[in-house]
Design a protein around this ligand. Structure first.
Ligand code: SAM
Length: 486
């Protein structure tokens, strides 16, 4: 009996010789026979055409699969509990893998699975990096296309779902002349969606985040809602620090969950355990806020802590606090020693509890966030007594000017109010806490633009008003009164 290995080797040898022979024949034919050359060209063209048609068919199929999926997909398709999300993610990943190994016909379905896995994965950016290394580039491209469609539709949808209908206002864009480069400048303001009579409340709004004027912290003002407490008996202390007080258990719980657990100086715990006297990072941030009378770094620290808390709730809300913040206008800021110090304080204060925050707070991002806050926060007047003696904070010009300013807050909708030297609304803090109300100061029809006075409406000349508006807000007023008296 012949040895089979020899047979295989011999067969391979014969085949190799045949292949070499055919290649030689093929090559000489190509160089000499014009008919053979034409045939070759025709075959190549036919193969290219077929490949093109197949690629087109696959692209069309993929587009159709993706469009069908995106048209019917909703947020409700995704589980909400942590455990279910984990199981869902794993199931989508393995389904995607099974599909892509079946070949290009199944690439779009595989991409849908990977996209669905991304929607529930807690760190999607990391998963994208894994995909980049492990799935076929064609599938990866489809997944990225789906993600970018997501971002685009989220962008376009924002002002159709925000502000919520019950606030009776919508954000509207209006042209506002040309810039120095001849580009059309658009501005956004709030427009009433129904009529109001003088004195009626148009909407009330709680802030995304608020902070007390630093000198009132720990006195008789609530650290969470900024309410003034008339008696010491009503003050609820923090269990871990002697720095802040609350007006209710509810405020203490909310503050703890949203930001205070992270930003509490915990000085009482340090004293009871005899820990070192060096201030904790949270304490250092607090001292800086107090000394500089600058609420912005503290507000930003709270904002970032709250953002992490909101995300951990997995509430299914389409837009988070950062989506709101990043749409607000601002005047650019440059990096100075204050900002360098603030970035360092913030990284230290948040770093121990929020992994990755160190990389998130880049100089560039900090400057933009700070500028957005500075440009959009409102001074809050929560004191019961109109004669409470507090020095106004430099960054809270936009406020109720006939009452002392006890803190500052960032509001999602109120931020869009434009200024007018003849406003048709005003803001009030009637609950004497951080909730703001917008009140009609004259009859308002549906479709009317709503404006407040960023500066006190006294007897100043147009020149004086303009100077004040420019100094405080870098704003060149284009309200009806200024235009008329131009
Ligand atoms: C707090 S934002 C108000 C919302 C803003 N218009 C937007 O597009 O998002 C303040 C900015 O709006 C613009 N603005 C507000 N009132 C204005 C006015 N009377 N005249 C010209 N610009 C005004 C200025 O650019 C100002 O800096």
């Amino acid at each position: 009996m012949k040895n089979s290995t020899v047979v295989v080797a011999a067969t391979v040898g014969v085949l190799a010789v045949a292949a070499v022979g055919y290649a030689v024949y093929f090559d000489s034919k190509r160089q000499t026979d014009p008919e053979f050359k034409r045939k070759l060209k025709r075959d190549r063209k036919r193969a290219e055409k077929l490949a093109k048609a197949e690629a087109k068919r696959l692209t069309e199929k993929s587009t159709q699969d993706i469009e069908e999926f995106l048209a019917t997909a909703t947020e409700e398709d995704y589980p909400t509990s942590m455990e279910e999300r984990e199981q869902f993610c794993m199931a989508q990943l393995s389904a995607g893998e099974e599909l892509f190994v079946k070949g290009p016909e199944n690439y779009s379905l595989a991409a849908i699975c990977f996209y669905r896995a991304l929607k529930v994965y807690p760190a999607p950016a990391e998963l994208v990096m894994v995909f980049q290394k492990t799935i076929p580039p064609e599938v990866f491209t489809i997944v990225m296309g789906m993600l970018s469609k997501d971002v685009q539709s989220k962008e376009e949808k924002y002002y159709t779902v925000f502000p919520p209908k019950e606030m009776n206002v919508k954000v509207e864009e209006k042209p506002e002349g040309m810039d120095v480069n001849g580009q059309r400048v658009m501005r956004r303001g709030l427009v009433a969606t129904k009529g109001f009579t003088k004195g009626e409340v148009i909407f009330t709004e709680a802030p995304v985040i608020s902070s007390l004027e630093p000198s009132l912290e720990g006195k008789n003002f609530c650290h969470y809602c900024l309410k003034e407490m008339i008696s010491k008996d009503l003050m609820i202390p923090c269990n871990s620090c002697s720095v802040v007080v609350f007006c209710s258990d509810e405020c203490r719980t909310k503050a703890g969950q949203e930001f205070h657990e992270i930003l509490c100086t915990k000085n009482l715990l340090a004293t009871s355990t005899g820990a070192s006297a060096t201030p904790s990072p949270a304490q250092a941030l607090r001292e800086y806020t107090k000394d500089s009378r600058n609420v912005v770094p503290g507000l930003l620290a709270k904002f970032l802590a709250k953002m992490v808390h909101d995300e951990s709730l997995n509430s299914g809300a389409e837009y988070n606090s950062f989506d709101h913040l990043e749409r607000l206008v601002y005047v650019e800021k440059t990096l100075g020693p204050d900002e360098e110090k603030e970035i360092e304080l913030l990284k230290l204060a948040l770093g121990a509890n929020i992994p990755g925050i160190d990389q998130f707070i880049t100089e560039e991002r900090y400057l933009v966030m700070k500028a957005r806050l500075l440009y959009n926060i409102y001074g809050i007047s929560s004191a019961i007594s109109p004669s409470l003696n507090v020095k106004p904070m430099p960054e809270t010009h936009r406020s109720v000017r006939d009452r002392p300013i006890t803190g500052a807050g960032l509001y999602r909708t109120t931020s869009y109010l434009m200024h007018s030297c003849e406003p048709n609304t005003k803001i009030v803090y009637s609950g004497r806490d951080h909730t703001v109300s917008l009140i009609a100061t004259e009859t308002i029809k549906a479709g009317d633009e709503l404006q407040i006075g960023y500066i006190k409406n006294g007897k100043q000349s147009t020149e004086q008003r303009r100077l004040e508006l420019f100094t405080k807000y870098r704003l060149q007023c284009s309200c009806a009164l200024c235009e008329m008296t131009d």
